[in-house]
Every structure is written in structure tokens, then in C-alpha cells.
Write a protein that binds this ligand. Structure first.
Ligand code: ARG
Length: 247
């Protein structure tokens, strides 16, 4: 193939070029994963990831469009070009990485446990939950679900469509524990843990979170990695972190 034609083809495949041409960055996320993406009282989607996406669009000089997408189908939606990038607290795991590419991780999370207060002091780790007499909840299609099935295989597993419904199940006494990413568990605990929950915050999985993009697009990945390096060093990342996660 002549060099010029190859260059042209490369430019066509670059998501970044398409975004610039369109003047719009389309970000796929699933609102509900506090504090990364959630719906506020006015009905707007806000959070850590949304601020990251805003910063990204600004650096590209384009407008931002959020495409709220069910988590269970978010990878197929990316492949079907419903949006340009997944910014949705997505754990980079090897199974997903077979289907899509990830930019360098922007933060690290891990699975924690929201435990029913009635088990306080008696259950101190995920290992103690590994018993058929316990009901453990998590959210469908997430690493919380994968970790529960893999690491707490003897418990009865109950799957939920939304993370907050799974956590509420423990509040309401219908499940013994909810397994999910620590940032979510910590915020949920602070907001509604009160009298009913205990947070076991010693994470038992290692979960780097990264932006997901289609395979075969080194042009976009290169931009994203350099964008991350820059905002991590110049205070923009810290500002977003302090706003949503710290404290
Ligand atoms: N980190 C977990 C995962 O990748 C949960 C992310 C859920 N994200 C969301 N926007 N609801 O499975």
C-alpha cells in the first residue's frame, strides 16, 4: 500500500480525529456509581468522571455529550459507536482488555464490604461470608459481581441492576452484605449506613480504573495518556479528586 493511502486510512480510524471533526466528545457512562457518576437533585449527571470528561473536552476544544448507558451493555455500546470513550469507573481487567483498550489507569480501587450491623465484630473479612447461610449482593456486570462469585462462592449470590438497590438490600435486612468498589461503599456508608451498616474497608481485590476505547487506535490512547500525565502533575486532577473523593 502506498504510504499516503496508509496515512489516510490511519487518520480515518483515529477516534480523536472524528471527535475534532464533529466538534463533540461523546462519553459513555452509567450514572449510579457514586461519587464517580450520579444524578443530582436537578437531574444532572455529575461526579468525578464527569469532571474528568469536562476537562478532557476542554483540552480538545470540543463540546461534551454524556451518553448514559447501562453498565452491563457498555462495552458493546462502545463497539457499536454509540460514544467515543467509556469513562465510567471501569476496572481494567484482563477479560475486558481482550475486547477493548484502556488508557493508563487514573485511580485505583478495590472491593470492600457493606455489612449488616447485626454481624458486626463476627464477620471481619470476605472469607467469613463464604458460607451458604449468607446472602451477598452486588451489581450485575461489575467486578463486584465477579469477585463475589469467585472469592465468596459458597454464599448465596443476589444480583442487582443498580448498585444502590443492592446496598439497600442490606439496609433493609434482606441481605447480609453488599460487595462493591470501596469509593461507592464509603459514600453510601456515610450517606445512609447509619444504624444498619458496617463498612469493611480493607479492599480484597486490586482494581485500577481506566478509560476504555476501541481497539486499534494508538492515536487516541497516546493523547489520553499524555492528557492524564499532564492533569496529574498540574493540579487539575487533584482538584477533581479533592472535590469528589477526599474527605
Ligand atoms: N469498577 C467496577 C467495574 O468495573 C464498577 C464500576 C461501575 N460503574 C458504573 N458507572 N456504574 O465493574
Amino acid at each position: 500500500m502506498p504510504v499516503m493511502a496508509a496515512d489516510h486510512e490511519l487518520a480515518q480510524k483515529s477516534t480523536l480525529n472524528q471527535i475534532l471533526k464533529r466538534g463533540e466528545l461523546r462519553v459513555g457512562l452509567d450514572a449510579g456509581y457514586i461519587p464517580f457518576e450520579m444524578t443530582d437533585k436537578k437531574g444532572d449527571i455529575v461526579g468525578f468522571d464527569v469532571d474528568m470528561a469536562k476537562e478532557m473536552a476542554k483540552a480538545m476544544g470540543v463540546k461534551l455529550t454524556i451518553v448514559n448507558t447501562d453498565y452491563d451493555g457498555i462495552i458493546p455500546a462502545l463497539m457499536a459507536d454509540k460514544f467515543d470513550i467509556i469513562i465510567s469507573g471501569m476496572t481494567v481487567n484482563q477479560e475486558r482488555n481482550l475486547q477493548i483498550n484502556f488508557a493508563d489507569p487514573y485511580i485505583v480501587a478495590g472491593q470492600a464490604i457493606l455489612l449488616s450491623k447485626k454481624h458486626e465484630g463476627k464477620i471481619t473479612s470476605y472469607k467469613d461470608l463464604n458460607d451458604p447461610k449468607y446472602i451477598v449482593a452486588s451489581r450485575i456486570g461489575t467486578t463486584g459481581e465477579q469477585a463475589t462469585k469467585r472469592m465468596i462462592p459458597k454464599a448465596q449470590y443476589k444480583s442487582f441492576e443498580k448498585e444502590s438497590d443492592g446496598a439497600m438490600e442490606v439496609v433493609n435486612g434482606q441481605a447480609d452484605a453488599f460487595v462493591y468498589d470501596l469509593p461507592f461503599c464509603a459514600v453510601f456508608m456515610a450517606q445512609q449506613g447509619g444504624a444498619n451498616l458496617v463498612l469493611l474497608d480493607k479492599v480484597f481485590t486490586y482494581e485500577p480504573l481506566g478509560f476504555g476505547v476501541k481497539k486499534g487506535d494508538p492515536d487516541f490512547l497516546n493523547w489520553l495518556d499524555n492528557f492524564l500525565t499532564q492533569i496529574k502533575a498540574d493540579g487539575r486532577f487533584d482538584r477533581i479528586y479533592d472535590k469528589w473523593i477526599k474527605g
